[in-house]
Ligand binder design. Structure first.
Ligand code: FMN
Length: 459
């Protein structure tokens, strides 16, 4: 029996039965009206509760400016009707790019980012509930600022910059540069300069990316690092908090600050963040909760909660079921874990706009889980990643017909991530196949099936 058959959900009753069988408890609501209700972030209005997560296409121009494919992606998102669009990982320095086509914001590329923001606003028609449907609304936009740290590949070859050595993640034979405290201080300024440019470009918020084991995320778990940025909680969060302070000092409230934050790395202590010291399979959110409270006090308005490391334990972040190998756990258990971490962080900072991650695997039922979770106060907004590649107009269908259409949904096959790992330009190979199937076939040719080491241990 294929994994596809094993994990398929037929209808809502079937999902309810499977939740019961697997002992997973998720709030579900067939009434989706809450998803169309506006939300306030400070003085700004988000037209509805559906967010497009940052989804990198690895398809920018050599200098880091958006290409035609990037424009196409955001036009699809904008037309789809989501209330909040989170622009993908955008490097603040050339050497911090995760691939030679990653977006990069600087003085030379600024005009292109201005054009991208205009293109988004021009093409958007966010859906919203009847009470506000007469007012002209635009989507709320966030741009994700990043340094790829140990996963930097600015010229297509690994050029890792790390916070500390890590026996689980270090690859034998690779030369690692441990970033110095002085370099980190300079990088704080470079993030701040990028935030200034993001404001000029016209985005509502900048995200200081702190997830998925890129540099800022690695620093949060730098227990073994010496100096000002390692060891204690205060030191490990210093880089992130200094950037928040520096952006606030320079820009005040003229741009909002957001953080895409890992709540749980699933890497053993003392190398993982948000993990139980005894068993890294179990989250311990004491520190992430402490951090989200501090972020709120410092004026950060949005936290988008995520988990895991896409290179080491990819399905902690992206529950998966169709493909070349079996996932290590029932995807519903993974969905529950990631949603639960968001819920706990929202409880720790009730006034923060918290965005939940983990809905795409559920296909059309993701809308029921999103509405149920928002109704029950788990999060403020629901974010969709792979689903937005496959089915960018799902908010419009929810608005028009009160549900998502199954045949348009993401099937959690993992091909969009596979393309990334093969070094190609990515999107949905299945539902946007005219563009991405040829790109998938091209980059896969002659290459072995990719299975992460961590997963291979479990299958
Ligand atoms: C192809 C691809 C690109 C991604 N790019 C980013 C990114 O630029 N920044 C980020 O924080 N997460 C990125 N992610 C992670 C997603 O935002 C999201 O957390 C993940 O897909 C899980 O959500 P989902 O179940 O809705 O897909 C990416 C994921 C995929 C598959």
């Amino acid at each position: 029996m294929s994994t596809h058959e094993r994990f398929q959900i037929k209808d809502l009753d079937d999902l309810r039965n499977k939740l019961e069988e697997t002992g997973v408890d998720l709030p579900l609501s067939q009434d989706l009206s809450v998803l169309l209700k506006p939300w306030s972030i400070g003085s700004k209005t988000v037209p509805n509760r559906m967010a497009i997560h940052p989804m990198e296409g690895c398809d920018g121009e050599d200098d880091g400016s958006p290409s035609a494919l990037v424009y196409r992606r955001y036009e699809r998102f904008a037309k789809g009707g989501a209330g909040l669009l989170w622009v993908e990982a955008t490097a603040v320095t050339q050497d911090g790019r995760a691939n030679p086509r990653q977006l990069c914001i600087n003085k030379q590329t600024l005009d292109q980012f201005k054009n991208l923001a205009v293109h988004i606003y021009k093409n958007s028609l966010p859906v919203t509930c009847a009470e506000v449907s007469n007012s002209p609304l635009k989507p709320y936009t966030v741009i994700q600022l990043t340094h790829s740290g140990r996963y930097s590949r600015p010229a297509g070859k690994p050029a890792p910059v790390i916070a500390a050595r890590n026996p689980y993640l270090d690859v034998e034979g690779l030369e690692y540069h441990i970033i110095t405290d002085d370099e980190l201080e300079q990088l704080e300024d470079q993030f701040t300069d990028a935030a200034v440019l993001a404001k000029e470009a016209g985005f509502d918020a900048v995200d200081i990316k702190a997830c998925h084991r890129y540099l800022n995320s690695e620093l949060l778990s730098a227990f073994t690092r010496e100096g000002n940025y390692g060891g204690s909680f205060e030191n490990r969060t210093r880089f992130l908090l200094n950037i928040v302070d520096k952006i606030k000092a320079k820009l005040g409230d003229t741009i909002d600050i957001a953080v895409r934050l890992n709540a749980y790395d699933a890497i053993p202590y003392p190398y993982g963040w948000g993990v139980s010291r005894e068993d890294h399979h179990i989250p311990d959110l004491t520190e992430p909760k402490k951090l989200i409270k501090i972020l709120w006090e410092k004026g950060v308005k949005i936290v988008n909660v995520t988990c895991g490391n896409p290179y080491y334990n990819p399905h902690i972040n992206r529950p998966y079921d169709i493909g070349f190998y079996k996932p290590m756990e029932h995807p519903l258990a993974g969905v529950k874990r990631i949603l639960q971490t968001g819920k706990e962080l929202q409880e720790a900072a009730p006034e923060m706009t918290v965005i939940g991650t983990g809905f795409s695997w559920l296909r059309e039922f993701g809308a029921f889980a999103a509405a149920g979770a928002i109704n029950d106060g788990w999060f403020s907004l629901a974010g969709f990643g792979r689903q937005s590649f496959a089915y960018p107009d799902f908010p419009r269908d929810i608005y028009k017909q009160g549900s998502m259409i199954r045949s348009k949904c993401c099937i959690a096959c993992g091909k969009c991530s596979e393309i990334m790992r093969y070094g190609g330009k990515t999107g949905c190979v299945i539902k946007d196949s005219a563009v991405y199937l040829p790109l998938y076939n091209e980059c896969r040719q002659g290459k072995p099936v990719l299975v992460s080491n961590h997963l291979a241990e479990h299958v």
